[in-house]
Design a protein around this ligand. Sequence first.
Ligand SMILES: Nc1nc2c(c(=O)[nH]1)N[C@H]1C(S)=C(S)[C@@H](COP(=O)(O)O)O[C@H]1N2
Ligand SMILES: [Mo]
Length: 380
Amino acid sequence: MRFTPPQDPPITFKARLHDARTATVIGRVLGLAIVVCFTTGVLSHYLQHPSAWLADRLPSRPYWGYRLSQGLHVASGIAAIPLLLAKLWAVYPRLFAWPPVRSVRHALERLSVAVLVAAGIFELFTGLLNTFQWYPWPFNFVPVHYAVAWLLLGAMLLHIAVQWPHIRDHFTRRSPGTLALPAADGPDRRQLLAAVAAGVGAVTLTTAGQSVTALGPLDLFAPRSPAHGPQGPPVNRTAAAARVTEASLADWRLTVAGPRPYALTLEELRALPQHEVTLPIACVEGWSKSARWTGVRVRDLLERAGGGPGAHCRVVSLEAFGAYRVMELGRLYAQDPRTLLALRLNGEVLSLDHGHPARIIAPNRPGVLQTKWVGRLEVA
Ligand SMILES: Nc1nc2c(c(=O)[nH]1)N[C@H]1C(S)=C(S)[C@@H](COP(=O)(O)O)O[C@H]1N2
Ligand SMILES: [Mo]
């Protein structure tokens, strides 16, 4: 039995800009953006929430890996917004297809498109608002954004399967056949596609500066400019928000738990061998900024507490509450010579907002795991 693809609505909206070719041309770029966004998003998810098995296998190199992947995640998501709008505009006449339901299969196909559109709008909308740290909804962003991503991927794969005849005809440029694809491009279609490309270019160029240093001058709309912040990098969570004050640090000690536990004052930490590394803070919300960090190697601190070459550790912040108070540093991060308990940033003593007296800086890590105001390390 030969599969008959869904047909265009018979009478209305036969204009070229609403035909299968326009939908396919925009759709394949949108599909690419969604695949990049999905892949980098899943990567980010596993870096932040690894299973115990995975935690010690996550690589700490390349040191710029997360900066690149999360930059791509946010950039592809932003680029997908004008693409999705254009795609919806190209296909909206199908909403008015008559009769609205022709068969069980047609009903299922329409339902799957409804899921696809809803999941697509949901992911792009919540992701965009997250980059502004604005959460006007009652659910927890991270797990819901993650779960709906799988729904979106599934609905998109189903959609590609159902629409495969259109897509194949587009790629093989078959002459008008059963699907009545217009063979030639007209100036109207080229203008539409040029306008969509310009829209994608504009939103990308005016936001990518949040992670691509060279595009910094064009960074008009990104919520957080990496160019502004005390000592360089911006601050997401301030010391005031975390209720960490100079007074609360009066008798600060770094305590290190392990087979040979110990505690160090800030003076004692400063007297240990200091190392300098250049590493970026790459926030999950999309901005990233490279900086020079100076401090003590975490692996040296773990070794002193009796942690062997396989040691990993838990890092506890002084912050009383907050999702990022406690963080696990897997083995490859803990043992990487670039992973520091940093005391200085760009040559100056860490400011309170950047995590004074000591904070973690590690390569290839989401910003949320670069714990500030560290009070305790627990060797495991
Ligand atoms: N204790 C603690 N550390 C934290 C956070 C936090 O909320 N609490 N926020 C993280 C986030 S989301 C980022 S992007 C980086 C930003 O570091 P910066 O403020 O020094 O630029 O710090 C991380 N460290
Ligand atoms: Mo962040």
